[in-house]
Design a protein around this ligand. Sequence first.
Ligand code: PBG
Length: 326
Amino acid sequence: MHPTHRPRRLRTDGVRPLVSETDVSASDLVAPVFVDATTDERVPIETMPGHERVPVDQAVERVEEIRETGVEGVILFGIPESKDPEGTRAYAKDGVVQRAIRAIAADTDAYVIGDVCLCEYTSHGHCGIVEERAETDPTLTVKNDETLELLADIAVSQADAGADMVAPSAMTDGQVRAIREALDDAGHESVALMSYAAKYESAFYGPFRDAADGAPAFGDRRHYQMDPANRREALREARMDAQEGADVLMVKPGLPYLDVIADLRTEFDHPIAAYNVSGEYAMLHAAAEKEWLDLEATAYESLLSLKRAGADLIITYFAEDIADRL
Ligand code: PBG
């Protein structure tokens, strides 16, 4: 008796690459960059080994390091010199991210994406204007419609500085339309928009909140970010963002939400982005430090899995390391 089928025939070293369905290349990856207005030297981020907050005057150098590995896309996050309840430093012409974008756009060929949110800039750490009494009443948090104007101001200020793409991550209803309209009114019709369409209220953001100093001072983000229990809701969110004019639809986090990435891939023709978040990065590093996992192999397999699920592009803290190896 011989087996009727022998899938193992296609697993030899000679033929494996010919029949491989998915791959990861440097051109799929976007590297996060943290620019910090409170320091004049690079500060390592403890929970994210290998990553640093860099002062604005080193933003260009930092981006050139990334480009040397073959990665051309960067997404910028800022740590402002001061915070206030309205997050005014998020949309200031001379804000930390705006200054960095201006320098990077002038001096490099990188593709520059601005993260559009308020949590790094507000004194309370929420992603928008909060209700009076929110501090004492956990059912009150971000005022949706008032926040829209500020998000639009952030996006326009980043586009004015030279951003190629803006990526709203505040989970404010109507943010894609508000930002698209404001960009077009300001003459930035060619600036692209990638929406964090399905952004979950995830415990995997922990290390980022240290890195960008954006943890909420009270309450949590469950009134605006999505419930991790919900899969169909992601399709509704993505459909609204697509209708409002998003060019790229993102799912965040990545690995725990492969089903959601796959759903969006089947449902939409838009490019799909996955955000392989700080916790996904930190946990592999922690395990590798104990020599329980091989860092490079697990990082590569993670990115490959995100591609296999349907992501076209991946925002990842592994971008440089993996691109270097490819
Ligand atoms: C918020 C924002 C967050 C991340 C990117 N933009 C986190 C949050 O909601 O606290 C997280 C990224 C990561 O964990 O890598 N504007």
